[in-house]
Write a protein of this length. Structure first.
Length: 328
């Protein structure tokens, strides 16, 4: 695809996901990440750009809705999330992200389905109980995991939303309190990324071309936020979790299904530690040269040894580079 088509596709991803975050206060990064990664092609760059989007959106809603922030609940959430943040930052740099993304997807799908069922079963859920939610060790652990996931992918919202949806009953209070959290968390992440040198010209360019779509998404999302009632709002929150889990799982499945590049004979030999003809067993030979029929393998292995004796390392080097064994 040409450059303008890629810019338009990336812009549409940003517009849709930021509109949804403008309505609910979370979800843009986890929804946009798999699709934006396909276009930008680099995980570091993609996470950095999406985190900057969320930082700007969160900052805007914190400024315009400051008086609605629940400072007590913000403090409780922030204490537990901040502990997990540096752990996720280190995991992102040192571990494969596949297992974390699978766990995140399964958690989101489970919470989304449960939340939709619970909300539909009790349409007056937001008014049903005024008792405070018990801050159990389980809830504290979930908030901690939210910090870990946010440190790794800047998308720990699903874990945090599980707690926030139970204690922040008003939709505007819910949105702005979460936005203050994202503003603080992403500020810390961006400081860390500055130290790591992640603000490359490619990140800057991707952010600038998507900025108009981000601003439009903020405006549209804010308008829709004030038009939906509490019941619909909560359905949207849990539907976003469910959809986000499916999107994350789709991204993991796409990574699994992506064709892996075929190794050359040279690369295969290096992988198996085969550096001389004496290292080449019949088991290795079958893996490295599958085009050679079973009945000819012993003959070809003898020929390899003969090549090494008669022509020395030069001929062996040709075999390792090309995979050619002197047979059709």
């Amino acid at each position: 695809m040409d450059q303008w088509t890629l810019i338009l596709l990336f812009g549409l991803i940003v517009l849709v996901t930021q509109t949804l975050e403008g309505i609910t206060g979370f979800g843009s990064t986890v929804l946009a990440l798999p699709f934006a990664l396909m276009i930008l092609g680099d995980m570091d760059k993609t996470v950095s750009v999406l985190a900057m989007h969320t930082w700007l959106l969160a900052g805007y809603f914190v400024v315009v809705s400051w008086k609605h922030i629940d400072w007590k609940e913000f403090g409780f959430i922030a204490r537990h999330v901040f502990i997990g943040l540096p752990i996720g930052f280190l995991l992102f740099k040192n571990l494969d992200d596949t297992c974390l993304r699978i766990l995140l997807a399964l958690f989101m799908i489970g919470v989304g389905i449960h939340g939709i069922r619970r909300t539909r079963r009790n349409r007056r859920q937001t008014e049903a109980s005024t008792e405070p939610v018990r801050k159990s060790p389980l809830m504290r652990g979930i908030l901690f995991l939210g910090g870990v996931i946010h440190g790794a992918f800047a998308s720990g919202g699903p874990f945090i939303v599980l707690y926030a949806s139970r204690v922040l009953k008003d939709k505007t209070l819910f949105r702005v309190t979460l936005c203050l959290l994202w503003l603080c968390l992403n500020t810390l992440l961006m400081i860390g990324w500055t130290i790591d040198g992640r603000w490359t010209p490619e990140v800057r360019d991707a952010f600038l071309v998507s900025l108009p779509f981000l601003l439009l998404g903020i405006l549209v999302g804010n308008r829709l936020h004030h038009r939906v009632d509490e019941y619909v709002f909560r359905l949207i929150v849990f539907a976003l979790l469910l959809a986000g889990g499916c999107v994350v799982m789709y991204g993991v499945a796409g990574k699994w299904l992506e064709p892996q590049p075929q190794m050359s004979a040279y690369e295969s030999m290096e992988k198996h530690g085969i550096r001389t003809p004496e290292d080449l067993t019949e088991r290795h030979f079958a893996a490295l040269f599958p085009h050679v029929p079973q009945e000819h393998r012993a003959e070809i292995m003898e020929r390899l040894e003969a090549f090494a004796r008669e022509a020395g390392n030069e001929q062996w080097g040709v075999i390792r580079e090309t995979g050619y064994c002197g047979t059709e």
